[in-house]
Design a protein. Structure first.
Length: 221
């Protein structure tokens, strides 16, 4: 059986079962980032604005790493790590996650702008960069080779999983947007950022991390 078969179904089951735990892990970070963004909008001092903006970016990379740790933890059916422990472990890998994500984002972006297909190819090859960094303790640049190795031979199947993941995230984001639509504009924007990230972030992390585990198992079996 292909390791990508049924990964979305398994991910949705795990996501539903451990939703509260995953939501809290993401919520802690996204709420802090949302507050920082509000502060950034009200600060006149350039240095303070740069610091607050940098902390917001760090929070984004922290949530990626922490959620992968959380998914790796709950994969056996229970959450053994506390929220604090999960965030701490994620923080230990934040530098490599940030560097790899920035490099990958630039390369994929250039590929999409120039010819589209090269960008989609890179997006597929590097689909499991963050799980490789967090769970295998790989370095930022080492993770590119490792992710490509895991995906090799199943490129189209992995790309299909990525497309389904994107569609799911868009659908959930749209639903949340409709729910918060009646709220005043300022409140709506503040809450939307927190809720969207706290709900869709774990969903993406579950899919990507389960895909990583399945691809890894297929390589050793």
């Amino acid at each position: 059986m292909d390791p990508t078969d049924g990964v979305i179904r398994e991910a949705l089951g795990l996501y539903k079962k451990h939703f509260a735990h995953l939501f809290i892990v993401a919520f802690v970070i996204f709420a802090a980032v949302a507050v920082l963004q509000v502060l950034a909008g009200s600060i006149d001092n350039i240095l303070a604005l740069v610091v607050v903006s940098a902390l917001s970016v760090i929070g984004y990379f922290l949530v990626q790493a922490a959620l992968v740790e959380a998914v790796g933890d709950i994969r056996d059916g229970r959450a053994d790590l506390s929220v604090g422990d999960t965030l701490s472990r994620g923080a230990a890998r934040i530098g490599s996650v940030a560097l790899a994500s920035i490099v990958a984002g630039i390369a994929i972006g250039i590929g999409l702008v120039l010819l589209v297909i090269p960008g989609l190819v890179l997006l597929t090859w590097w689909a499991v960069l963050v799980p490789v960094i967090v769970l295998e303790r790989a370095g930022a640049f080492e993770s590119f080779t490792r992710s490509r190795e895991l995906v090799r031979g199943r490129d189209f199947k992995v790309f299909g999983v990525i497309v389904l993941e994107i569609l799911l995230v868009l659908a959930v984001s749209l639903a949340l947007g409709l729910i918060t639509a009646p709220l005043p504009e300022g409140v709506r924007g503040f809450l939307s950022n927190i809720l969207s990230g706290s709900v869709t972030g774990p969903l993406s992390a579950v899919i990507t991390t389960l895909l990583y585990f399945r691809l890894k198992q297929a390589k050793v079996s």
